[in-house]
Design a protein around this ligand. Structure first.
Ligand code: AMP
Length: 434
């Protein structure tokens, strides 16, 4: 006998059922409208890429590449190594290079995406193996005003979905560039080696490959030691310091509140100069970063493309939703059923079907019964769906070319002719029609 089917979604994934899917659509719609005002256009890249896109771009020593990627061989001959995308930036930059979206001297390119990402992480609240991100990337812009614009966009997005500024914390930092970071990296590596005994195995192991990650270590002893580490802020080269200070100046002038966090390093190798993260405590445990990003001026070159400055952010849907719910907001619903067309018996199903279709064609959210329910049960269903008007059709009404309308709020009933049904319903719904 066949073993019983395991009907559960894989660990770390979740089905997006209507309330959540509606929230996702609300967030993506809000992003579409808001991002368009900032000049962003949509982009869709494949859900998987040649593995190298991520190993080169994100960096071999990062957690994502070293532990979290879903990598597999396809059935080609020879087989190719492919990876489900763990984030969006690498793919967008790869696509921009492939299609030469930023010819030398061309204007800035602004792109946004929305979709699932995949990381083999230990699942917990706000941390999934398949999770959903909305991200924006700006390519070709080196000036600090671009950083401030991008951060502002992220901030405004959260405000637009109902997360008040007072509940958010915007952390910013500068990671320096190829002029000042290598020396700083060596300095941190030396510092960790000096404190090797007090620090965890992982920080010790990463000292050669990615010492800056020690700033992110959750181990209390490592935290304590790293709180005394030299800060890159104090070691930035003049150009980076100037850039950072100009970004802050722009944010100040817009009144976007930020907190400088000199230990914010973020887990991807490609960042240079500005990095930022938005955190919310409400509704979230330790996974309190709802979005973040930064500048990646060397990523295009990492792909053997022309030097092209770039910057972007990604925001996590699941955590944003948890925060919204905890803060009393929620996703705006899609159009709820406004009118329920009920039938007295099956003999009038043709007239019912015509009326419900005509209502939908005229822009009204209308629903009817397809299960042969009793009239009483149809009224219950109308109530459950939140319909504000129920139109009732029976053999008598159809014979007289009429329809009975019941206002579900006032409970008043009127009878109107079929030809006036649409306008009478609109009037009941409080709409003005041409
Ligand atoms: P990152 O690409 O790591 O900078 O992540 C950007 C945002 O995506 C984070 O701030 C989170 O909101 C979200 N995110 C990252 N990883 C996960 C995950 N495993 N599960 C859920 N959300 C995530």
């Amino acid at each position: 006998m066949a073993s019983q089917m395991n009907a559960r979604a894989p660990k770390g994934t979740a089905d997006m059922l209507p309330p959540t899917a509606r929230a996702w659509e609300h967030l993506t719609r809000t992003a579409q409208e808001l991002f368009a005002r900032y000049g962003y256009e949509p982009v869709y890249t494949p859900l998987f890429e040649n593995t190298e896109v991520f190993t080169r771009g994100i960096g071999e020593a990062t957690d994502i590449v070293s532990k979290e990627m879903y990598t597999f061989l396809d059935k080609g001959n020879p087989p190719r190594s492919l990876t489900l995308r763990p984030e969006g930036t690498a793919s967008v930059v790869r696509a921009a290079l492939e299609h030469n979206l930023i010819p030398s001297g061309g204007p800035v390119v602004k792109l946004y995406y929305a979709g699932p990402m995949f990381r083999y992480e230990r699942p917990q609240k706000g941390r999934m193996r398949q999770f959903w991100q909305i991200g924006a990337e700006m390519l070709g812009a080196a000036e600090p005003s671009a950083d401030a614009e991008l951060i502002t966009l992220l901030w405004r997005f959260y405000e637009a979905v109902g997360i008040p500024a007072s509940s958010m914390r915007l952390l910013i930092n500068s990671m320096g560039d190829e002029t000042c970071r290598p020396a700083y990296r060596d300095k941190i590596a030396a510092y960790i080696r000096d404190h090797a005994d007090g620090m965890c195995e992982e920080c010790n192991r990463r000292v050669e490959t990615n010492p800056l990650r020690a700033f992110d270590c959750k181990n209390p002893a490592c935290k304590e030691i790293m709180s005394g580490a030299p800060l890159l802020r104090d070691e930035l080269c003049d150009e980076c310091a100037e850039h950072y200070s100009a970004v802050k100046g722009h944010l100040d002038s817009l009144g976007i509140p930020y907190v400088e966090d000199p230990s914010l390093v973020r887990g991807l190798d490609y960042y240079t100069r500005t990095v930022f993260e938005v955190q919310v405590d409400a509704g979230l445990g330790s996974q309190n970063a709802i979005g973040g990003g930064g500048r990646y001026d060397r990523l295009m070159q990492e792909y053997d493309g022309p030097p092209t400055p770039g910057l972007g952010f990604a925001l996590g849907f699941e955590r944003t939703l948890l925060a919204m719910e905890a803060l009393g907001g929620g996703a705006e619903g899609i159009a709820k059923t406004e009118v329920y067309v009920a039938r007295v018996d099956g003999s009038v199903s043709g007239a019912v079907f015509s009326l419900v279709s005509a209502l939908r064609d005229s822009g009204v959210a209308a629903e009817t019964d397809h299960q042969g329910r009793s009239l009483k049960s149809q009224f219950k269903q109308a109530d459950r769906l939140g319909a504000r008007v129920v139109a009732v059709l029976g053999p008598d009404e159809v014979a007289a070319g009429q329809v009975k309308l019941r206002d579900m709020t006032s409970k008043e009933e009127t009878t109107v002719s079929m030809s006036e049904a649409a306008s009478a319903i609109s009037a009941l719904l409080g709409r003005q029609r041409d």
